[in-house]
Write a protein that binds this ligand. Structure first.
Ligand SMILES: [Zn+2]
Length: 199
């Protein structure tokens, strides 16, 4: 699936919420574990239960790799209060409603170059109001740059408590990713406004 492209130019002030996710690949299918979101007044994360019965022996390697070197989340960690991973459509629609503001121009969901997220938005019927932020800002931070800013236990970009701690690796957290992308885009947008004001 190609990343959705819009015919008209979309500006950052039209983005209502930025989403980000982390998960696993089981039987060649992406399984959501963590969904982070950031709007102008909310930044939070929702965790999903994973059905451990679907786990196949052949997925051991990738699961181990993701848990130890990429996001530091555990496939097996579940909590009875978490959402089922099958409920992601309802969760995304709820986040979309929850982040509505009086500013009616804010209608889009932003994401950054993430095919799994786009697939989930497509399955939820929200791909037409979703925008790849890279369409707005070509120099949007890469995952490497986002990881450099992420911290454990202090600073504005603290990983949520669901990740392992590692002195060797910086892990990817969906909550922090959505926040860093939001702050970066907002800063860029304000710089443009200031520049246009002066020019
Ligand atoms: Zn996290």
């Amino acid at each position: 699936m190609a990343l959705y492209r819009h015919d008209k130019q979309i500006f950052f002030n039209e983005i209502r919420v930025i989403l980000s996710l982390e998960g696993f690949y089981i039987n060649n299918k992406f399984v959501i574990k963590e969904l982070g979101f950031k709007s102008c007044n909310l930044n939070s994360v929702i965790y999903f239960k994973t059905d451990t019965k679907i786990f196949k022996e052949k997925d051991l390697k990738t699961t181990y790799f993701l848990s130890n070197f990429i996001h530091g989340l555990s496939f097996y960690k579940n909590n009875e209060y978490w959402m089922s991973s099958n409920d992601y459509k309802a969760v995304i629609k709820t986040i979309y409603q929850l982040t509505e503001t009086e500013d009616k121009s804010k209608i889009y969901i932003g994401y950054s170059n993430d095919i799994n997220l786009l697939t989930i938005l497509h399955n939820s019927g929200l791909d037409k109001i979703s925008v790849n932020l890279k369409e707005i800002y070509k120099d949007i931070p890469t995952i490497k740059a986002i990881k450099r800013l992420s911290t454990y236990g202090f600073g504005p970009y603290t990983l949520c408590q669901m990740h392992n701690e590692s002195e060797y690796y910086k892990y990817q957290c969906a909550k922090v990713k959505s926040l860093i992308l939001y702050d970066w885009c907002l800063d860029k947008y304000q710089q443009q406004l200031n520049k246009n004001g002066i020019d």
